[in-house]
Design a protein around this ligand. Sequence first.
Ligand SMILES: NCC(=O)CCC(=O)O
Ligand SMILES: [Mg+2]
Length: 329
Amino acid sequence: MYPLIRPRRLRSSEAIRSLVRETIISPSDFLVPLFVVEGKGIKEEIPSMPNYYRLSLDNLTKEVKELWKMGLHSVLLFVKVPDSLKDNKGSEALNEYGLMQLAIKTVKDACPEILVMTDVALDPYSSYGHDGIVADGQILNDESVEVLAEMSVSHAKAGADFVAPSDMMDGRIISIREALEDEGFLNTGIMAYSAKYASSFYGPFRDALDSAPVDIKNVPKDKKTYQMDYANRFEAIRETQLDIDEGADIVMVKPGLCYLDIVREIKDEVDVPVAVYQVSGEYAMVKAAAEKGWLNHDAVVMEQLTAIKRAGANIIASYFAKDAIRILG
Ligand SMILES: NCC(=O)CCC(=O)O
Ligand SMILES: [Mg+2]
């Protein structure tokens, strides 16, 4: 007797394995997050994100030119705003000459064809480190949405191709869509963070932007009243469907690895592109274990990225994008 079917035949050499491989990572899968700071000549490493940097505008120019040459053609911009410019309403977010608006122009000047997406949320601008306006221990929804809509228009005016609201306020997608249409930005897209979970994997990012919720009386200590409970699954579908109905062009699940079941369910349910954000804590864990010699960095990076794509991601926002290109050779 012999086995009628021997699946191992399709694994017997790298040539046959690559011939039948179902999921391939390529440069066009990536959206590269970039952290921008004020100043000149600044390229400061983020302590909890080894080999990842905050860049001043001059170095941002260099970085996007390098990304473009590597085949990385889409970026997602975040800014680190000095405390002196922060307030409860995130007023600085609407400054036509603010850091985000200048960063958008800088990237487009350096690389006109690159796709520029921008983070839309109050937290980098909020004196309380929240994604919305704080009053009486609450995060105000509708008042925050008004600011997010104005912020989106401001980014569009500066040249953003897509705005990416990461705040999880209810109804912000329709408000942003209407504001963009009213101002004539018919072709400015919206990538909605639709299923964004209240996760402890965002820690290093909050170090990078100094944007964690502050410890002050009457200010919520966490983001659990707007970001999703990680125990929930059906709610993710509902949130995503709502964003699509409100006009989102792309939807997102965040974080990545712990939420790949959600990615697959959403991918099977919806017909718009699905993005996944492999977040800062996921990056930091791999870097730390590799530094200790406990994991093979490159092998683990590719395994994780491939798993994210296999789960259904059409777009991967990842701090490993440049590593991946190097590994792919
Ligand atoms: N809006 C961006 C985040 O909240 C965090 C991303 C990360 O941890 O990489
Ligand atoms: Mg929502």
